[in-house]
Every structure is written in structure tokens, then in C-alpha cells.
Write a protein that binds this ligand. Structure first.
Ligand code: GNR
Ligand code: NI
Length: 187
């Protein structure tokens, strides 16, 4: 009995729970999220859940509003599998500088599954954020790390990658997603 109880406590403390990912269109994906005031155990639990959800999806990034939490938190890991895991938690992230050079790459979003399109963004950015211990970090990002961080930061400001596309394409995608959500609700 004591063993069971101890296991339950341990499991409770370390539990990483998969959360469900909100699909576009949804008003929660259009909100500007307020900053985190204190990096406490609740925020760390949220970040752990988000990492679990992201790896399981699978995706290379996930922003808190995508799991219905309107806070300035995102997680990412853009390492190739052979480079090992690099789970990265970014709280109150800010881009403090961006290259003038722009690059176009194909993006997708876990809130808009199976749809991909080209988005043009600064090639490199310097990102300042609080890590999971509340410590200020700064990182120079390029390649997928740069694209992903910009995509995630957009989520915290209520912006999706389809907002960079033309109105016709965006409307088509939104209508397709409404249909997907309706079919999911019926299933
Ligand atoms: O998993 C994801 N892949 C991706 C690919 C190109 C550019 C951005 C991304 S982020 C996306 C996960 C997601 O929706 N994060 O918000
Ligand atoms: Ni996304």
C-alpha cells in the first residue's frame, strides 16, 4: 500500500500529460497573450505538458494558446533526430534583433493539420526569453530554429502562418478546417 502511494506521489510530481491541440478556426488562437508574471511550478508543469504534446504530435514547436492557455509560453525542439533532443522552453520571448535578409520556407501548424505553404521571414533572429527556471537567456537562431521561433511568437500574438498568405488561399484553408472540425465533432 505504501509503495502504491509513493508511486502515485512520484507519478503525480513528474506527470507529463498530453493536452489536446486546438484547431483553427478558434477565438483562442486569435488572442494576444499576456506575459507570465512568475516562473513557478505551474508554468513548469505547463511547459512539460507542452513538450510531451509537441513530441507526441509530432511537431517542432508548440505555443500555449494552442493548448488553450493564454500565456506567453512556447516550447520547441528543431534538432534533427540524430542530433539528440534539445527541449527548449521560452517564456515571455522577444525578438531583440532580426536579419535584414529574408528567407522563404514552407510552414505547417499543428492547429492547421496537413496544410503547408511558403512564408517569408527574417533569416536569423536573436531571441531573449526566460527559461524554465526563470533565468534570462539569449540565443541566436537560424534555419528551422529561427522560422519556428518566429512562428511560435506569432501564436502568442494571435497570428497564424496563414495570415501571411493571400485572402483567397486563407479563406479556402479556413473553410477546409471548418469542415474538418465538423467531421471530427461528429465522429
Ligand atoms: O511542427 C511544426 N512544424 C513547423 C514547420 C515549419 C515552420 C513552423 C513549424 S511549427 C509546427 C508546430 C506548430 O504548429 N507550432 O505552433
Ligand atoms: Ni503553429
Amino acid at each position: 500500500m505504501r509503495v502504491v502511494a509513493a508511486f502515485w506521489v512520484l507519478n503525480y510530481v513528474n506527470a507529463m500529460t498530453r493536452r489536446s491541440i486546438i484547431l483553427h478556426p478558434d477565438p483562442r488562437l486569435k488572442k494576444t497573450c499576456p506575459p507570465v508574471e512568475t516562473v513557478d511550478d505551474d508554468i513548469r508543469a505547463l511547459a512539460d505538458d507542452m513538450l510531451e504534446t509537441m513530441y507526441e504530435a509530432p511537431g517542432v514547436g508548440l505555443a500555449a494558446p494552442q493548448v488553450g492557455v493564454l500565456k506567453r509560453v512556447f516550447v520547441m525542439d528543431c534538432n534533427r533526430e540524430d542530433a539528440g533532443k534539445e527541449p527548449t522552453v521560452c517564456i515571455n520571448p522577444e525578438i531583440i534583433s532580426a536579419s535584414e535578409v529574408m528567407v522563404t520556407s514552407e510552414e505547417g501548424c499543428l492547429s492547421i493539420p496537413d496544410i503547408y505553404d511558403d512564408v517569408t521571414r527574417p533569416e536569423t533572429v536573436r531571441l531573449r526569453f526566460l527559461d524554465r527556471n526563470g533565468k534570462v537567456e539569449e540565443r541566436d537562431l537560424d534555419g528551422l530554429w529561427s522560422t519556428c521561433a518566429q512562428h511560435e511568437l506569432d501564436h502568442l500574438n494571435g497570428k497564424l502562418f496563414i495570415d501571411y498568405l493571400g485572402a483567397v488561399r486563407r479563406t479556402m484553408i479556413t473553410n477546409r478546417m471548418k469542415k474538418v472540425k465538423k467531421e471530427k465533432a461528429r465522429a
